[in-house]
Design a protein around this ligand. Structure first.
Ligand code: FES
Length: 113
């Protein structure tokens, strides 16, 4: 399948939608379009950029070992990714999971921050 030149990122909760170049990282897109993702380390360490993939998971870059290890350490749900490690290759629908989000709590599968 041919990769499109531009792809759409949608945040239903905030109503934000933007088009970015295919292959851009989510942090690039956040910086350029003021998307509701916060980030700090950009090295798959702090989990500040934790993002839920609501639709289009196959349209994101493959997970590398560092991201896999960090997500395992926080007992992340299978549809959560670290935005700082992800490139967008096709349309996606996302939601940001801030540090204070109750979905991150232990009873929901994550650890307490
Ligand atoms: S910004 Fe720290 S893990 Fe992504």
């Amino acid at each position: 399948m041919e990769t499109p030149k531009t792809v759409k990122i949608i945040f239903p909760r905030t109503g934000q939608e933007c088009e970015v170049d295919a292959g851009d990282t989510l942090v690039d897109a956040t910086f350029r379009h003021d998307l509701p993702i916060r980030y700090r380390c950009e090295r798959a360490v702090c989990t500040t950029c934790l993002t839920e993939v609501m639709e289009g998971a196959p349209n994101l870059s493959e997970m590398e070992e560092r991201e896999r290890q960090t997500l395992a350490a926080i007992k992340a749900q299978p549809h959560w990714r670290l935005a700082c490690q992800v490139s967008v290759l096709g349309d996606v629908k996302l939601d940001y999971l801030p540090i204070t989000d109750p979905r991150r709590k232990p009873e929901k599968g994550g650890i307490e921050f």
